[in-house]
Write a protein that binds this ligand. Structure first.
Ligand code: UD1
Length: 346
């Protein structure tokens, strides 16, 4: 019998690569589809090093339906995990149409090809940013909270969920779960796999790491007047290995009920930018100088998960705390001060 695969779009990216490791460690066969526009192909060398298996790789853009069709024609695909997307909030306010094209266009193209090849199982990489400024006072947000995206990135994720939900409505054989991640950070405990922001990091954790490593002089804290305890914005940080594990659990539950389901992946614990800076100083033993600046466009005050649905329905909850998130991110940064590329070029 021909082997069946889990196809992972964006498998070279931060969350994608950790999920590919988790899938392979479970003995599943993986095909990665990635155009490497925001990820390094070297990440898959590390996946092979960590898990002992090199996934099949097709370097293509999801909007290239012909190329995607060929991949689906060549292999028996049992399920798809769809990560491939642009994901920087600030950038999305500058180039919204690129975000719609890559994120929404890519998802529509993927769904169409899946349908044409009789592949009906999908786990989608969604985002808590869909809740927008849903609870500036830090009240945990359940999946039933209204969608209020405040930037094109968040809006594109919301639109993708709608496209998937509509697909499920008119093709009842389609089973889909959208995982709304809060803020995935950290790295694989091996120190081999982590977040490799190409160029200047746009997200907080990689920026903190580069300051701790002495590669950047100081952190800029965006916003000091939020209605939070210390005035800086609050997020629910979750270890990337917990997020990866959440995908495995989602795969197990895809066939529970028909249609499209939404599940938050978060810890339910809020941490401010300034508090994360303090924890990073403690874990790394390095000083993190910082500068207070105005709010970043498109940002919100607080986003904390009500993580109850995953716990109730799947018996699943994250295992790693903030100290481990910082510790593993630091281990990766120290072992790979210039990311994957520099090391693979040595
Ligand atoms: C955003 C999305 C989130 C998505 C993530 C993926 C929102 C509200 N959230 O997370 O759903 O998963 O992108 O990338 O749209 N900050 C600084 N200095 C920095 C960098 C960040 O102060 O140098 C602050 C930001 O202003 C923010 C917090 O740190 O308040 C976290 O920022 P970041 O790590 O970029 O993630 P989000 O924007 O929360």
């Amino acid at each position: 019998m021909t082997p069946s695969y889990v196809l992972v779009t964006g498998g070279g990216g931060f969350i994608g690569s950790h999920t590919v490791v988790a899938l392979q460690e479970r003995g599943l066969q993986v095909i990665v589809v990635d155009d490497h526009s925001t990820s390094s192909p070297a990440a898959l060398d590390r996946v092979a090093e960590v898990s002992g298996v090199r996934p099949l790789l097709y370097s293509l853009d999801l909007n290239d339906r012909g190329a995607l069709n060929r991949v689906f024609s060549m292999h028996r695909i049992d399920a798809v995990i769809h990560f491939a997307a642009r994901k920087a909030v600030g950038e999305s306010t500058e180039i919204p149409f690129e975000y719609f094209d890559v994120n929404i266009g890519g998802t529509a193209s993927l769904l169409r090809v899946m349908h044409e090849h009789g592949v009906h199982r999908l786990v989608f990489s969604s985002s808590c940013s869909i809740y927008g400024d849903g609870a500036p006072d830090g009240t945990p947000l359940a999946e039933t909270a209204p969608a209020r995206p405040t930037n094109p990135y968040a809006w594109s994720k919301w639109a993708c969920e709608q496209v998937i939900a509509q697909g499920c409505l008119f093709h009842p054989e389609l089973r889909a779960i959208s995982l709304r991640y809060f803020n995935p950070v950290g790295a694989h405990p091996s120190g081999l796999l982590g977040e490799d922001p190409l160029g200047e990091p746009r997200n907080l954790m990689p920026y903190l790491m580069q300051v701790a490593a002495g590669q950047r002089a100081q952190l800029t804290v965006f916003g000091q007047d939020y209605p939070t305890a210390d005035g800086s914005a609050v997020r629910d940080y979750i270890h990337v290995c917990d997020v990866a594990d959440g995908h495995l659990v989602a795969l197990d539950h895809l066939d529970d009920i028909p249609g499209h389901r939404v599940i938050n992946l978060g810890t339910g614990i809020g941490t401010s930018v300034l508090a994360l800076r303090t924890t990073t100083e403690m874990v790394t033993g390095r000083r993190i100088p910082y500068l207070l600046r105005g709010r970043r466009r498109g940002d919100v005050a607080a986003l904390i998960a009500d993580a109850g649905r995953a716990r109730r329905e799947w018996g699943w909850q994250p295992r790693h705390d903030l100290t481990e998130m910082c510790g593993d991110a630091w281990k990766f940064t120290r072992a790979n001060p210039h990311g994957y590329q520099a090391l693979s070029a040595v």
